[in-house]
Design a protein around this ligand. Structure first.
Ligand code: ZN
Length: 274
């Protein structure tokens, strides 16, 4: 859907041939889609059921299904549904609001800019007041959450110990949700880690994870030959999480389980005994 909005922004609703967007869509699904392998044919076909997308083939209106071959050979082309196209044309701010809503609902904030860029979306327009009639304003993030998490972990990255500051203000340190906020992960210390910017990004991308004993796991799919990739990522495998300080709740097993099954990429690297 984000990709369809990005294309609409660029070419105002020209039909998109399945064969032309298949590769790009496959890459987006691989990088940001579900853990299991997903064919680009699924969203291309199934979005029709959501009433926001229409598919035509050489034979007329209607999608031929999720078969890749049928989609290719029938000349299937899709575009946003007429009502949505008209609404987007009427209200210049609508596209940005929809995109932010989808990003908020499905991805952690650390990935929003990257996903928007890869979906070809320009979200430069400021997101003003919430003005979607009939839809309640989305749940807001707990503003105090970051501070509570950083204090619990004593202002250092739970994976590498990074504790940079400018004066007394921490810099490059973030509160990361384990079970994503977008999936109703609670704003609680037991669902959070204090991580440096690099490790936060890698945790949200499923390169890094936690095992049930709260040791760091590193995906076998991650590669890197440089000294920094080896020392800052690969060497973390099997290391215990640093913190939280006594009296603060460690990450709860249920949230680790969610991250492992929904975010972590493939299998963890074997830990090399020293
Ligand atoms: Zn770190």
């Amino acid at each position: 859907m984000l990709y369809a909005l990005g294309r609409f922004q660029r070419d105002a609703g020209e039909p998109l041939r399945y064969t032309e967007i298949e590769n790009e869509l496959a890459h987006l699904l691989r990088d940001y889609g579900p853990n299991r392998r997903t064919s680009p044919a699924y969203p291309f076909h199934h979005l029709v059921n959501d009433g926001v997308w229409e598919v035509r083939t050489h034979l007329g209106t209607g999608s031929p299904g999720t078969g890749v071959r049928a989609l290719r050979e029938s000349g299937a082309a899709g575009r946003l549904a007429p009502g949505l196209r008209a609404a987007l044309a009427d209200d210049p701010g609508l596209l940005g609001r929809l995109a932010h809503l989808l990003l908020d609902a499905h991805f952690p904030p650390s990935l929003h800019a990257e996903i928007a860029a890869n979906a070809g979306l320009d979200l430069e327009a400021p997101d003003g007041a919430w003005t979607v009639p009939g839809i309640p304003r989305p749940r807001r993030r707990d503003a105090e959450m970051r501070e509570r998490v950083l204090v619990a972990y004593e202002y250092r990255c739970a994976f590498c110990g990074y504790d940079g500051a400018i004066g007394r203000a921490p810099v490059g340190l973030e509160a990361a949700h384990v079970k994503w906020w977008a999936f109703r992960g609670p704003d609680e210390v037991s669902n959070a880690l204090c991580l440096c910017s690099l490790h936060h990004k890698l945790f949200d991308k499923g390169v890094l994870g936690l095992d049930p004993a709260r040791r760091v796991t590193v995906s076998r799919e991650f590669t890197g030959q440089s000294l920094s990739a080896r020392t800052q990522v690969i060497a973390l495998a099997g290391q215990p999480v640093l913190g939280p300080q006594p009296g603060s709740a460690p990450v709860a097993a249920e949230h680790i389980g969610w991250h492992t099954s929904q975010v972590f990429r493939g299998e963890p690297r074997a830990v090399v005994a020293n």
